[in-house]
Write a protein that binds this ligand. Structure first.
Ligand SMILES: *Cc1c(COP(=O)(O)O)cnc(C)c1O
Length: 474
């Protein structure tokens, strides 16, 4: 399998070469040259456990890794010992139409673990094979950073330098990250907000000599290895949703997915699964009040907003107004034509708007994507109602997905809502909805009580350069 850039300016490269890549060298996003088809193989995969299935699905993309090695990496990434549920991704039925796909059983209780756990394994493996090292420099407002740290803790050849805004994370997020004691994990609390942290990362990675000297890299949501690891649970969920369907009716038995969305990473993986031939009817994209993506899918006009126009909501991991993975979808809409993509993006940068309204009818008809917006009041009502009707407590992001899914029912087609986080992480809104916070698992209580390790620094790139120069893995 070769990988190319959406903007056409990258020589075809194999999976192992794009593993560490953020943006393609021409500023585009890395995509597979063609999408593998798996419709004929699905039935043969029915008896596999999650790790075995992951090796098959990821193997379609990582075809330059030896099969046995990939199987071992997936077995380590999706080891039941690291997940709260033995199934890794349990499916829980809420009512006749709707089920929850449990993506938050991993170490940080949120769906980013699903891809990061694989990435941690494959990074260590690739670095060992090449004899290199990598120092991950990132900024986090909470969730992404902790998923990266839990995936990379103790990994050989990898260091993690994670900037977080001092005093702006929840007690739970702080405890989750700062309680880690692994020698290769460096938590750095910056006197500033999340934008300041991001700016520091840009400044430091913009210094090409420093970046090269300390082998600095990133593992953000545009990383294709993350995207392909996320396609696995769409295949898994379809298999589990059709286990009870008579064998003769399984092929082509369609289900829909509802996806709480921010950077368009998760739902793009679903889009890929659909392209690969998994019988997916609709992909229902749910946003919160930061509804740039809902607007795009309803009108065809994409109008990203500036950071200061992004609202702080009660589903904070979706507070995003510029969806970094959307370029991959637009590439498909424009017939995978890099020239048209470059023109579209030049226009977006010039005018701040991308107008694809002429193509909008295809978004649902051809690509299966429909969308909706959910507000704080919707989340509260959905958490309350779901708890009352089924006894299940959902987190606010999952509640956004459920809210929009319930607005767009399709008789006879099961709706699988992706559960992207555990409710215990969001005590405030859960208490508002049902009168008390979700019960705290004992491990979490212990985590909150554990000593914390974090270095506090000024909003100053030089201070961070010094820390990296001193502690980088080499
Ligand atoms: C990151 C995240 C999302 C959004 O996923 P994208 O891939 O950015 O669209 C939704 N819910 C939770 C809990 C998250 O952490």
């Amino acid at each position: 399998m070769d990988y190319v850039s959406t903007r056409g300016g990258m020589p075809p490269a194999p999976f192992s070469d794009i593993l560490l890549a953020g943006l393609a060298p021409d500023g585009g996003l890395v995509v597979p040259a063609e999408v593998p088809r798996i419709a004929d193989r699905l039935e043969g995969w029915r008896g596999l456990d999650y790790a075995e299935l992951a090796a098959r699905v990821i193997g379609c993309y990582a075809d330059d890794l030896p099969e046995d090695d990939l199987a071992a990496l997936c077995a380590a990434a999706y080891d039941p010992a690291g997940f709260a549920d033995e199934a890794i991704v349990p499916i829980r039925r809420l009512d006749d139409e709707i089920s929850l796909v449990g993506l938050s059983e991993g170490p940080t209780l949120a769906f980013k673990d699903m891809a990061m756990q694989f990435l941690g394994q494959v990074l260590e493996y690739a670095l060992a094979r090449r004899g290199g090292t990598l120092n991950i420099l990132g900024a986090t407002s909470g969730d992404t950073g902790s998923a990266a740290e839990y995936a990379l803790r103790g990994k050989h050849g990898v260091g993690v330098f994670m900037l977080s805004p001092q005093g702006r994370m929840s007690p739970f997020q702080r405890a989750q990250m700062y309680s880690l004691t692994d020698a290769n994990i460096h938590n750095i609390a910056v006197a500033g907000d999340f934008d300041a942290c991001q700016h520091l990362v840009k400044t430091i990675t913009g210094d090409a000599a420093f970046k090269r000297e300390h082998a600095i890299g990133a593992v953000n949501s545009i990383n294709f290895a993350r995207v392909c690891a996320q396609t696995v649970y769409y295949v898994w969920a379809w298999l589990r949703a059709t286990d009870a369907v008579p064998a003769a009716e399984r092929a082509g038995f369609r289900v829909s997915f509802a996806v709480p969305s921010g950077n368009f990473g998760n739902i793009f993986s679903g889009f890929l699964a659909r392209r690969m031939g998994v019988p997916i009817h609709r992909l229902v994209l749910a946003t919160n009040e930061n509804n740039v993506l809902d607007e795009f899918f309803r009108t065809g006009v994409y109008r990203p907003r500036a950071g200061e126009q992004t609202l702080a909501t009660s589903s904070p991991s979706m507070d995003i107004s510029r969806a970094s993975n959307l370029e991959r979808f637009v590439f498909e809409v424009l017939g995978r034509d890099p020239e048209r993509l470059r023109e579209a993006w030049a226009g977006l940068e010039r005018d701040g708007v991308l107008d694809l309204s002429a193509e909008q009818p295809r978004f649902a008809a051809e690509f299966g994507i429909v969308s909706g917006t959910s507000t704080h009041a919707d989340r509260v009502e959905t958490i309350r109602r779901t708890h009352e009707e089924s006894g299940v407590i959902v987190d606010p992001h999952t509640a956004d997905g459920l809210t929009v899914a319930r607005r767009l029912p399709e008789p006879g087609i099961p709706m699988l809502v992706l559960e992207t986080a555990k409710p215990a992480k969001f005590p405030g809104i859960v208490a508002e909805a049902i009168g008390e916070p979700a019960p705290l698992p004992t491990e979490l209580q212990e985590l909150l009580d554990a000593p914390q390790h974090v270095v506090e620094v000024a909003d100053d790139a030089e201070a961070i350069r010094e820390i990296i120069a001193r502690d980088a893995v080499r």
